[in-house]
Design a protein. Structure first.
Length: 249
């Protein structure tokens, strides 16, 4: 059996990473001078990362209608309810975060000194000459250690977000809750801004204008990012990212 030395493993990993970086670089080279392409409109349930929502459900209740009644159980209006309620229906998610602030400051300092000294003029009653240093009467051992650590951390965040995004109902849970997924792409000056939202909501929390606030969505996932010329300039180079991962200091 041929054993690969650790340095050979490191070289192999480095070569694989360079190959992956080369694939990304080739993709970027292929779109030089072109605007980033928009993703085609597709069924979100067919994505490789899509997973149906599974949550604990209460005991189902059967609603009975009264004879000659003009009202339907669960309806808010006299006429047909226009809010999203079936798979494929569309509703608007309102993300409104105003003046959300957070500030954290941590500081840690540690130091330690140690000193040890051992002298043995005689070992087991013997005083062999080869154990005696020239300037002492017997063997001795001196040890000193000193360590220090200082750490500081400061986090300051201030956010103002106001976004409206249409989402599609992808699943109806046994208790009537709705699972939604929404994605929006906007191309501006060679850069694509992507907005995604997903989560679980109660039909009762949908407003009469078929909108819902983001804080009414359980397991909410809101992502805002981009790709294109501006995003490429803002990201560190592949070599720098590799150096940050492998360099231990």
């Amino acid at each position: 059996m041929i054993k690969i030395k650790p340095i050979a493993k490191l070289i192999a990993c480095f070569t694989a990473l360079v190959g992956l970086a080369g694939c990304g670089a080739a993709e970027r080279l292929s779109r030089i001078g072109l605007d980033p392409a928009l993703s085609p409109v597709a069924n979100p349930t067919l994505n490789d990362d899509y997973r149906p929502v599974s949550m604990p459900m209460p005991t189902p209740q059967i609603l009975s209608t009264a004879p000659n009644s003009l009202w339907r159980p669960g309806a808010r209006a006299f006429f047909e309810d226009q809010r999203a309620k079936q798979v494929g229906d569309v509703l608007t998610v309102v993300v409104n975060i105003q003046n959300e602030r957070a500030q954290l400051i941590n500081e840690t300092s540690r130091s330690r000194d140690g000193s040890e000294k051992i002298e043995a003029p005689k070992v087991l009653g013997l005083n062999p000459s080869f154990l005696q240093p020239p300037s002492a009467g017997g063997p001795s051992l001196d040890a000193q250690s000193k360590s220090g650590f200082t750490g500081k951390g400061n986090v300051k965040r201030s956010e103002n977000i106001n976004i409206r995004l249409a989402a599609t109902v992808t699943q109806i849970l046994p208790n009537g809750n709705l699972a939604i997924v929404g994605k929006q792409e906007v191309r501006v000056n060679g850069d694509v801004r992507e907005l995604q939202v997903a989560g679980v909501l109660r039909p009762e929390d949908i407003r009469s204008d078929n909108t819902i606030a983001w804080d009414k969505i359980a397991e909410a996932r809101v992502a805002y990012g981009g790709r294109g010329t501006i995003t490429d300039v803002q990201e560190p180079r592949y070599g720098q990212q590799l150096f940050d991962v492998l360099f231990p200091f």
